[in-house]
Design a protein around this ligand. Structure first.
Ligand SMILES: Cc1cc2nc3c(=O)[nH]c(=O)nc-3n(C[C@H](O)[C@H](O)[C@H](O)COP(=O)(O)O)c2cc1C
Ligand code: SF4
Ligand code: FES
Length: 572
């Protein structure tokens, strides 16, 4: 509930004045330090008055590859004589518009494919007190191969399940389908649901994770826009099967239009009796609501997300126990990704055999992937699981912009590390990508052309983790800063050979410590981008460190030096 109060205060004053927090503390009988600790955790809340134009430039992978650094430098130049109360220009983490990079947020409204000139115009309007509004994307619904309903009546699986109440049959089919989680970890869905179904008690929860904040990850935005009924149907099925009577769809606050679409779909479901006290006349109850995230990549980690719903700082919990045993309010909780839920009615409506035949080379089902970076036609594509990356990038996403050669690609944002173009035939599949030393993750393919500096890209990814670390555990909090400092030093060149070897040993030690001892997946995955670049692009790293030369001509310009040092906050 605390977020509703904080949002109301911020809406009224533009920030959270101290006196208002004190009054909220008294009203709600919550100690002020607790309110402050929550308000100060989330990037969406301002503890001091924001400037008239609060300009945030996305600095992450896809935007970085599309000129975000240069954009920010130009904006700083354009507004160099402006008052800080009028305009501030800062970096921000991925805004979920990686296919329309570079993206900026101005007073919490998002603008895409921007130029310095277009941002300046909007910012100057904001300074003059004019209301700035992000353009409505307008959504013409796209027909997807994975939609079992097409133009026909939807929610057929829920209607059937409400009549049969045969949860065991659902679990058997899901198990046979071998559906795995699409949020990153790939955990078998039926195992998770079965665990919650077997838990005693009636208070259980279903949560849909629509936080989608990893750079390059945009597929859930597409699914919620075009297949909202499949996501909601998947959640209702989960409720009926596990005995949970309440569902929460946790969505990032930058997905305002998707929130609207889902809200409309929920109202329709209540109206048609598919949600509420008597789901499709089954005598079973299931209520579903939307929870808008107060922000931050860490909120996507399942236990941090649960903490956020409980009104606390989104700091991951130690596991076990897992959410299936003790999740929201310590009750058994199913938490799945948007795409995982959308897969469930597909499988149940069309059958496991259909699902099996959709993949290629032994893989199953269809997959939504986002392709961004230097792609000629960035976007979200629905492809058979098991499709070679070459086809995804060159057939679906049109290859590399300007016909340039591909140098590297990240199969799934910073978490997957970078693979060289020579590995382009790897298939989009859990096992194939794991065998290649990477991962399927959330299907966030980021492509880099031959002008890209891979050390710069490693730094960009590590810096993202450093910025987004919640700070709860030392290995991640300190380790991500140390790794960032070290890479910044490397991009500055002039490191003696013995120091370089000492740095390499330190990186090894740091990577081990972080992956073994960090509490959650964020700290555990920080090593991936650095390790992959050292493995596949070591010569390029050595050219920087030992010869003071950036083969791509990116790292040694005065702007790059000043900019990066300032941005990553390197200690002198
Ligand atoms: C730092 C971090 C961020 C994450 N962000 C997301 C996210 O935005 N969406 C998501 O579905 N899973 C995310 N995950 C994975 C979730 O913790 C969890 O595994 C997932 O929601 C489970 O759903 P699935 O089994 O359907 O994949 C994240 C994990 C970590 C460590
Ligand atoms: S690993 Fe990082 S993000 Fe995860 S709990 Fe520790 S400090 Fe927080
Ligand atoms: S919007 Fe910039 S990287 Fe995603």
């Amino acid at each position: 509930m605390i977020f509703d109060d904080l949002r109301a205060i911020q809406l009224r004053y533009g920030f959270l004045p101290k006196a208002e927090l004190e009054s909220l503390s008294q009203r709600s009988r919550t100690p002020l330090y607790q309110i402050h600790s929550v308000a100060s955790f989330y990037p969406h809340f301002h503890l001091s008055p924001p400037p008239k134009a609060d300009v945030l430039v996305c600095a992450d992978m896809s935007c970085h590859l599309n000129g975000a650094s240069e954009l920010r430098s130009e904006l700083e130049q354009q507004f160099r004589n402006s008052n800080a109360a009028d305009v501030q220009i800062r970096d921000v983490s991925c805004l979920g518009r990686c296919d329309q990079a570079p993206a900026v947020s101005i007073n919490d409204e998002i603008f895409t494919s921007v130029t310095a000139a277009s941002v300046e115009t909007i910012a100057r309007d904001a300074i003059l007190g004019k209301e700035v509004r992000e353009p409505h994307p307008g959504h013409v619904r796209v027909q997807c191969a994975s939609d079992p309903y097409g133009q026909g009546e939807k929610y057929g699986v829920v209607r059937k399940l409400a009549a049969t109440k045969d949860g065991d049959a659902v679990l058997t089919e899901l198990k046979e389908s071998e559906l795995r989680g699409m949020g990153g970890a790939g955990f078998p869905t039926s195992t998770k649901w079965d665990l919650v179904r077997r838990q005693p008690g009636t208070e259980k929860y279903i949560i849909c994770n629509a936080d989608e904040s990893e750079p390059g990850t945009i597929k859930d935005r597409f699914i919620m826009t075009h297949l909202p009924y499949l996501v909601i149907e998947g959640m209702i099925i989960a409720g009926l099967v596990t005995g949970a009577t309440r569902g929460i769809l946790y969505i990032r606050h930058e997905y305002r239009w998707q929130e609207e679409i889902l809200g409309e779909e929920l109202r329709r479901c209540y109206h048609e009796g598919l949600l509420g006290k008597n789901v499709s006349k089954s005598g079973l109850a299931f209520d579903l609501e939307i929870f808008v995230s107060p922000g931050g990549y860490i909120c996507g980690e399942e236990s941090a997300l649960i903490e956020a719903i409980e009104g606390k700082r989104a700091e991951p919990r130690n596991k076990p126990p897992f959410p299936g045993q003790a999740g929201l309010w310590q009750k058994p909780t199913v938490i799945n990704n948007v795409e995982t839920f959308a897969n469930v009615p597909q499988i149940l409506a069309r059958g496991v055999e259909w699902y099996k035949t959709q993949g290629k080379a032994g893989a199953r089902g269809l997959k939504f992937v986002g392709v961004s970076g230097h792609a000629a036609k960035p976007g979200i594509f629905e492809v058979p699981m098991g499709t070679p990356m070459r086809d995804v990038i060159f057939q679906h996403a049109g290859g590399i912009r300007g016909g340039r050669p591909l140098k590297a690609f990240a199969p799934s944002g910073p978490s997957s590390g970078y693979l060289p173009a020579s590995m382009l035939d790897v298939r989009l599949d859990f096992k194939a990508l794991a065998d290649a030393g990477s991962m399927l993750g959330s299907g966030a393919i980021v492509v880099c052309d031959d002008t890209t500096c891979m050390l710069d890209m490693a730094l960009n990814a590590v810096r993202f983790y450093r910025n987004e670390s919640c700070g709860k555990c030392v290995p991640c909090r300190v380790g991500s800063q140390k790794m960032t400092d070290l890479l910044v030093r490397w991009t500055h060149g002039g490191v003696a050979e013995n120091q370089y070897h000492a740095d390499l040993s330190l990186i090894d030690e740091l990577c081990q410590a972080m992956s073994l001892t960090s509490i959650c997946g964020l700290g555990q995955i920080v090593p991936a981008p650095v390790q992959s670049v050292l493995k596949h692009f070591r010569e390029e790293v050595q050219a920087h460190v030992l010869k003071g030369r950036c083969p791509s001509g990116i790292c040694f310009t005065p702007t790059a030096r000043a900019g990066e040092a300032q941005r990553v906050g390197i200690r002198p």
